[in-house]
Design a protein around this ligand. Structure first.
Ligand code: ADP
Length: 559
């Protein structure tokens, strides 16, 4: 892709074009200089000329077209021929006559302008031709100029051993690996597998790495494409690329197609139309609908903006398996650090480092280790120590890639916030896997049929954090933003979509009423659960995550 982009670029700015631009610039400069220096004499009035005349300042007079130029010892002036008493001036001072060559100058200017315009026209035409050629060859699928030929799979030698932590994610992907290894086994039993897996989560948590590991484990070819690379300026190129990609993947099946930053293609269509993106997205949908389960192609999409994806992509038969990867928690950070430090001479307390890197993603951890090693080396030490990490931590946090790292105060706020969600969810029987300080992703179990009570309980869980921090700190914080927005969404659906109120034509404030009632009830519940919240938030400060089981144990011990 990069190669082809550069090819386009070099087509555009080839040597010839550079020469033309250079030549044009010289011509224009010459024209400007010519106009500037051609006549710089100051135009003066009759009175000023007379003063020069009587003060004997004039050295000579030069007759040039409609002007008489007056030269003094220090300056040059000019005046209209008819504005002075010519006889008196000509008698007193020497007069020179300049051949009338202004026509020649005007002619020269005219020629220069013509040449400039001609070259400019040719330059624009040539560029248009190049772009037309690119467009046409894309349309005709002529492989000469467009990047379609560059779609090649890689053979991944990465395995799950190279991916530290994220055990749940690995488990979820085991089945897909097994399918890719032995698709026939699944076909015989008529088992359908998802065509697409969507990995969502913040950047740098290993979405690409784990996908490569799936390919490596299953020993199948891996086609990497970034979503942005599909979307071109010209309508149709992206769609062509998508169809070429799937064609190649099918030829190489079983195989994996990995589309990084799929939101670049699959962004919700919304009010701003973008024909190229839409054409590309439609092609992607068609391809995914078109291939049989038996084709042996699995599409893995990665995004950190799942909420922005077009619903069409998430519909059954497309990316119907979704896996969220969160920032690594304490335990995972320890595993990642251990993996990265495996071949480095060190004397480091990994647990301590894991504790001081709340909010770091895997790539930030890798940068941190690298910096610490460099620091140790500069200080002429053969092995890295914990203090090297402390010395470079700030540098990594405030470095090129800004890392979301909580301060102690922020961790405390989060522990109350997420702790309250965990306690209320457990109290109201809303199931979840884990709730954590950095992983605000509440994995509420999805069900086909939900009761109104269940939906109202979900709203309460989502609002519990902000109610609890308000009680504790008498303050509101921005960490509640996505939970509040989700709570509002559910309340809106309860009223307007599921018609779970007394009236089928609900009034505008019914959504508000549901939210306010939830808040009043939460205030009451949190009073009863005060001690539990204390314990859970302390636990969170220590371990970052809490499972529902642990939370139940804490509640049971109190009630
Ligand atoms: P994403 O696709 O989510 O943005 P990447 O897969 O590109 O993240 O990972 C970023 C960097 O962090 C890579 O160098 C990758 O090898 C490393 N990395 C990410 N997750 C892990 C992990 N679980 N174990 C080991 N290294 C990881």
């Amino acid at each position: 892709m990069l190669e082809t982009k550069q090819r386009y670029k070099s087509d555009f700015i080839n040597n010839k074009n550079i020469k033309i631009i250079f030549f044009l610039a010289i011509l224009l400069t010459a024209l400007l200089l010519f106009a500037f220096f051609r006549d710089r004499d100051t135009l003066i009035t009759n009175r000023q000329a007379n003063i020069l005349y009587t003060n004997n300042k004039i050295e000579k007079l030069i007759l040039d077209g409609p002007y008489i130029h007056i030269k003094t010892a220090t300056n040059r002036y000019k005046i209209y021929k008819n504005a002075i008493n010519k006889t008196a001036f000509f008698e007193k001072y020497p007069v020179y006559v300049v051949e009338n060559n202004s026509n020649f100058y005007d002619f020269l200017s005219f020629i220069i302008i013509l040449i400039t315009l001609g070259l400019l026209f040719r330059f624009l035409k040539e560029n248009r031709d190049i772009q037309m050629k690119q467009f046409e060859s894309a349309n005709n699928n002529m492989d000469t100029n467009v990047e379609t030929t560059s779609i090649k799979p890689i053979i991944s030698n990465i395995t799950f051993n190279d991916v530290a932590g994220i055990k749940d994610v690995k488990e979820e992907l085991e089945e897909i690996i097994d399918f890719l290894r032995n698709p026939k086994k699944y076909h015989k039993l008529g088992i359908r597998l998802p065509k697409g897996v969507l990995l969502s989560g913040p950047p740098g948590v290993g979405k690409t790495l784990i996908s490569k590991a799936v390919a490596g484990e299953a020993n199948v070819p891996f086609f990497y494409q970034s979503g942005a690379s599909f979307v071109h300026i010209y309508v149709g190129i992206g769609a062509k690329r998508v169809s070429e990609l799937f064609q190649k993947a099918k030829q190489n099946a079983p195989s994996i197609v990995f589309i990084d930053e799929i939101d670049a293609v699959g962004k919700s269509r919304g009010e701003f139309r973008n024909d190229e993106r839409e054409a590309t997205l439609n092609q992607l949908l068609t391809e995914m609908d078109g291939f049989e389960d038996s084709s042996g192609v699995i599409v893995i999409g990665a995004t950190n903006k799942i909420e922005m994806l077009d619903d069409a992509l998430l519909r059954a038969g497309r990316f119907d398996r979704r896996i969220h990867i969160s920032l690594p928690d304490l335990e995972d950070r320890e595993k990642i650090l251990k993996l990265y430090l495996k071949y480095k001479p060190h004397n480091v307390n990994i647990e301590d480092i894991a504790h001081m890197t709340v909010g770091f993603n895997s790539s930030a951890l890798s940068t941190l280790i690298n910096e610490a090693t460099i620091y140790a080396m500069r200080n002429k030490r053969a092995s890295v120590t914990t203090s090297d990490f402390e010395a470079v931590k700030e540098k990594v946090i405030f470095g090129k890639h800004k890392i979301l790292s909580f301060t102690d105060e922020e961790r405390e706020i989060q522990s109350i916030y997420q702790g309250a969600k965990a306690v209320i969810a457990t109290w109201l029987d809303v199931e979840f896997d884990k709730i954590g300080i950095v992983n605000s992703h509440l994995n509420i179990q999805e069900q086909e049929i939900l009761s109104k009570t269940a939906l109202l309980s979900q709203i309460k869980v989502l609002l519990a954090g902000s109610v609890a921090t308000r009680v504790r700190y008498n303050e509101q914080f921005t960490n509640a933003v996505s939970d509040i927005s989700n709570a509002k969404d559910i309340a809106y659906k309860v009223v307007n979509e599921y018609s779970m109120t007394d009236s089928f034509t609900p009034s505008a404030n019914e959504v508000e009423e549901i939210l306010q009632e939830s808040i009043s009830e939460l205030n009451r519940m949190l009073k009863t659960l005060d001690e539990a919240l204390d314990k859970v938030s302390k636990y969170l400060l220590l371990y970052e995550n809490i499972t529902q089981e642990k939370c139940r144990d804490i509640l049971r011990a109190i009630f």
